[in-house]
Design a protein around this ligand. Structure first.
Ligand code: HMG
Ligand code: MG
Length: 300
């Protein structure tokens, strides 16, 4: 068993974490969160999305937000884009990196972006062509990789097929989302085995939700397969507007605690990360979903 020596953490709390919040989170709070994540040492902070404000109202202020981020050298701030209109908005705001988001389930794709998987690939291919012309970096997501809230089981081959399309069109990294958090470790490994036949494992990110309490076990399982990029959300913020009942992304604090224990480097400072989690949890008037944050706040 060989584990990576270093892991890149992609912090998705400001986007995936907050997109489902029913009450608008003020811009200055989002900026305060991003600032604290930067000072904790996170080098990739997904900040928002250029999607329809009717579909996801919480992300409506993403252009203003992006423009007001006090960008730190060496940190990237990817923004989600579902179509050419979203790309236009991202370019106008000066975004340098976008993420396109597909899914391995037809029903989820329909509910999430109102088209079929095939249509989504065609749409994203147009987005990719223009994004490349403008020199943008493009990350790709595949959702429902270990199960779908509408269709149940998803075969690893279906995940591999969508991931291959995104990789072949030019995504530099493919993030594999267990959107509803139903996966278990062997299934997670089988899914990685299927996808890595088409996309090199060093380009794969694990984006796991903790709905069934399996996220850390699944992460440990895919680390053993050589995955070295993990998406997580400070304080375990999140859920998905189109995946009812899905709880948050695995908490960044919990991932960091596990990686520290395994001797895997991340460059992230736990104390400062806890401060970022505390800041957003206080604003939301909610206990952090992170077990590590709860344990350390009692201990400290
Ligand atoms: P549609 O209704 O089919 O779009 O939605 P349309 O092209 O027919 O346009 C309808 C209206 O939306 C028009 O406005 C457009 O201008 C506007 P109207 O004429 O009615 O005033 N519109 C837009 N406005 C702003 N930005 C845009 C945009 N596009 C159209 N980009 C659409 C299709 C894709 C827009 C919609 O379904 C949508 O915004 N979906 C995004 C949903 C979303 O953000 N979901 C959460 C993402 S999380 C996820 O996918 C999982 C992930 O986190 C990984 C994981 O956890 O597993 C990535
Ligand atoms: Mg997610």
């Amino acid at each position: 068993m060989q584990l990576p020596k270093q892991v890149k953490i992609v912090e998705v709390g400001a986007r995936d974490g907050l997109q489902n919040e029913p009450t608008p989170v003020p811009l200055e709070i989002k900026l305060g969160l991003i600032e604290r994540l930067e000072s904790a040492g996170l080098s990739v902070i997904e900040a928002g999305s250029f999607v329809s404000p009717k579909w996801v109202p919480q992300m409506a202020s993403s252009a203003e937000l992006f423009q007001q981020i006090n960008q730190k050298p060496g940190v990237s701030y990817p923004m989600l884009v579902p179509n050419l209109k979203g790309l236009e908005g991202a370019l106008a705001a000066g975004v340098k990196e976008i993420a396109i988001f597909a899914a391995a389930s037809e029903s989820f794709t329909q509910k999430n972006i109102n088209c079929t998987i095939e249509e989504s690939i065609a749409r994203y291919s147009d987005v990719m062509t223009q994004a490349k012309q403008q020199g943008l970096l493009v990350r790709g997501y595949v959702s429902c990789v270990l199960g779908c809230p509408y269709e149940g089981e998803i075969a690893p081959e279906r995940v591999a097929d969508v991931a291959r399309h995104l990789y072949e069109m030019g995504c530099y990294e493919i993030s594999l989302g267990d959107t509803v958090g139903v996966g278990t470790p062997t299934k997670a490994q089988q899914m990685i085995d299927a996808v890595s036949q088409f996309v090199p494992v060093e380009k794969l990110a694990a984006h796991f939700h903790d709905t069934y309490g399996q996220a850390l076990a699944n992460l440990y399982a895919v680390l053993q397969r050589g995955v070295s990029i993990i998406d997580s959300s400070v304080s375990g913020l999140g859920g998905c507007p189109y995946a009812k009942g899905a709880s948050g992304n695995v908490a960044t604090e919990d991932v960091l605690y596990m990686l520290n224990g395994l001797g895997i480097k991340t460059g992230i400072d736990m104390d400062k990360l806890l401060q970022a989690g505390d800041y957003i949890s206080r604003h939301l008037q909610r206990e952090p979903a992170s077990k590590v944050a709860r344990a350390l706040s009692v201990a400290g």
